[in-house]
Design a protein around this ligand. Sequence first.
Ligand SMILES: [Zn+2]
Length: 312
Amino acid sequence: MKFELNTLPRDSSDAEIIAEIRRVASVVGKKFLTTTDFDLHSKIHSSTIRRRFGGWQQVLDKAGIGEKYSGVKISDKMRSQQAKNLTDDEILNELKRIAKELNRDYITQEDVNNNSEIMAASAVVYRFGTWLKGLEKAGLKKSTQYRIKFSEDELFENILNVWTHHGRQPFYSEMEKAPSTISPGTYEYRFGSWRKALEAFVEKMNQEDSNEKVIENKPIIQEKNEAKREKTINNNIKSGEIRSINLSLRYKVLSRDNFRCVRCGRSPATNPGVELHIDHKQPFSKQGKTTMENLETKCKECNLGKSNRHIE
Ligand SMILES: [Zn+2]
């Protein structure tokens, strides 16, 4: 008699896993294929393949048996609406249930969005103030995803982009949406809270501009795929004599100009799509200095049109 392991390894190919899902579906033979029934017969745990494909609904879709999904197919928005009727305990119990089902002591917002049929992750933020507070109340840990390393410059650069976009200090919830490219949880993980991240940002912005790392002058609002930046370190040159404008100086110029174009008055906050640049009044090529006095905020259009439309 030949013994075989009754499990599929975690690193099985998608094709092997899909074959297994179909096999189990026919063994179970019911109208719907639930994770409970699946795990009774399968050689691989539902949580493993759920992680791989993004959710149970996606697993069944992938196997071509999407009609066997028993959950209600609803959007995040509908789930957010629904969550308003849930008690705090119901929300926390849902977090615990998902963690248990995934067999982990931490969960991500994506896990909630993929596995909950009664609420979206935003419901947790809405109810408890921050995602991490919700996790804490549910007795769960922070996800390892927040341990992804961003440099301090990248974290602050992202805050400045969002700050410029709204023309004011951004709220926690705004860090979850474009143009932010770093989650608020990352800031909480690094600084302890969103408030403390803002304090660190402002402290950095208040520093003098001498001999700091500088970032190339570029549009304030960036596309995601433009996120890679060239950075140079100028240790031997006075800041006024280098062309690039460091983060702190950009913040100061933008704040002084109220996050608006000094020519036409438009801002990203009031005119979506407006892109702000920091421009040298006296061009750098003509001995203009990189200083507060010689810098101003302009929208892309006014900046590009300066050679003919704004002759002084
Ligand atoms: Zn303008």
